[in-house]
Each structure stands twice: as structure tokens, then as C-alpha cells.
Design a protein around this ligand. Structure first.
Ligand code: E4P
Length: 218
């Protein structure tokens, strides 16, 4: 299972990368704005900084909503750095653009996916990644994890190569449940990754080992 971090915060990205378990980064316009990264040139420079920090795929989202605009933006973004993946919204023009980029061998991440039917369309258009937003489904009292299970079954039925990128991951249990369901990737905040470290018995056990070591060496 790949671990992506869902942020534009360079400190969080660097910390996850230093842990040695990071496989990539996802961003979106809201995450960029949260870091105060506003305006075309600043956003492009920020993508460059993120690519310099990590080894894996970095999703960069288009803001156009028409096919031509998405193609222009996506080509510009993908030419920035070989790690860039063009992130496209699941709307009709986004699916057309996904097919366009996959035919050219450019990686894509189809985002804002909330149903199995949408995920099926993204796979048929050759998406590299499909991003079902599980946290936002949970927010409206719909089982986000069930969507991961449905997509896994459909993709396995037909051998689709599109990777399921569980997005809008909010906590460690989302990560564990996505892993159980066979999600290829998860993207969440730094806390959803670092939270996996925690167990009180680990802390108690380590304290005891260190205490016994000291006693033995007195
Ligand atoms: C996916 O790529 C999105 O950036 C993201 O996971 C959205 O998550 P949110 O629902 O926490 O905003």
C-alpha cells in the first residue's frame, strides 16, 4: 500500500519523507490556499519545491473545467517535473482530458469521486489513480469505506490497472480499513500517518527495557 500525504505544507511533507514511508503527495487548490500559496507562478514554484522534497508522484490539480483548458493546464503542469501527476475533476470534460493524457502516457489522478459508477468511468478513461473521498462521504452519513470495497470489486472483476487512491482520509482507522479492503494508496494528513506509530504497550515496554538495561549496567 502506498502512503501519500495530503497537504501543501512543506514541513509536514519533509517530516513524512524523513520517516521513510512516504510514496507521494496530493494537493488541491484548497490545500494550496491554506498555506497562503496564491497565484499561478507561486503555485508552480510550490509544486517544484514539493517535487524536490519527495521521490514519488505529486498530484497537481487543474482549475479549468473545460477540455481545452484542462489539456493546456495539464500539459504545462506535467512539463514542470517528471513526478507531476495531472489531477482532474470527475466531470465529462475531466474524463475526456483523462483519456487524452492517458493516451499520451501522462499520469492522471481523477478526483472528487463519490460513486462506483464514477470510478468505473475513470478506469475506462485510463486514469492512473482514482480518488474516492471517503471522509466527505462519512460526513454526510454515507459509508465511505463501502465505496472503496465496491471499486476494488469492480476493478478486480475486469483487471483495471487504475490504482484506488483513498482520499479524504481523516484518521488512522481509515488507513487501516483501507488497507484491509485492498486500497492501493491512501492520502491523508501527517497525523493519519504518525498516528499509526502509537501504542501504549510499545511505550511501556520500551521504558521497561531501558530501565532494566540501566539496572544491569550499574
Ligand atoms: C484528495 O486528493 C483531496 O486532496 C483530499 O483528500 C480531500 O480531503 P478533505 O475532504 O479532507 O478536504
Amino acid at each position: 500500500m502506498k502512503f501519500f500525504i495530503d497537504t501543501a505544507n512543506l514541513n509536514d511533507i519533509a517530516e513524512a519523507q524523513a520517516l521513510g514511508v512516504l510514496d507521494g503527495v496530493t494537493t488541491n487548490p484548497s490545500l494550496m490556499a491554506k498555506e497562503g500559496i496564491i497565484g499561478g507562478e507561486n503555485i508552480l514554484a510550490h509544486y517544484q519545491k514539493i517535487c524536490d522534497l519527495v521521490d514519488g508522484d505529486v498530484s497537481a490539480e487543474v482549475i479549468s473545467t473545460d477540455f481545452e483548458g484542462m489539456v493546456d493546464e495539464g500539459e504545462m503542469l506535467s512539463s514542470l517535473h517528471p513526478q507531476i501527476v495531472v489531477k482532474l475533476p470527475l466531470i465529462a470534460d475531466g474524463i475526456k482530458a483523462c483519456k487524452y493524457f492517458s493516451d499520451k502516457g501522462i499520469k492522471t489522478n481523477v478526483t472528487l469521486v463519490f460513486s462506483a459508477g464514477q470510478a468505473l468511468l475513470a478506469a475506462k478513461a485510463g486514469a492512473t489513480y482514482v480518488s474516492p473521498f471517503i471522509g466527505r462521504l462519512d460526513d454526510i452519513s454515507t459509508d465511505g469505506l463501502n465505496l472503496i470495497a465496491e471499486i476494488r470489486q469492480i476493478y478486480d472483476n475486469y483487471g483495471f490497472k487504475t490504482q484506488i487512491l483513498a482520499a479524504s482520509v481523516r484518521h488512522t482507522m481509515h488507513v487501516i480499513d483501507c488497507a484491509k479492503l485492498g486500497s492501493d494508496v491512501m492520502t491523508g494528513g501527517l497525523s493519519s500517518i504518525k498516528g499509526l506509530l502509537k501504542h501504549p504497550l510499545t511505550d511501556i515496554g520500551l521504558a521497561k527495557f531501558l530501565e532494566d538495561y540501566k539496572k544491569g549496567n550499574q
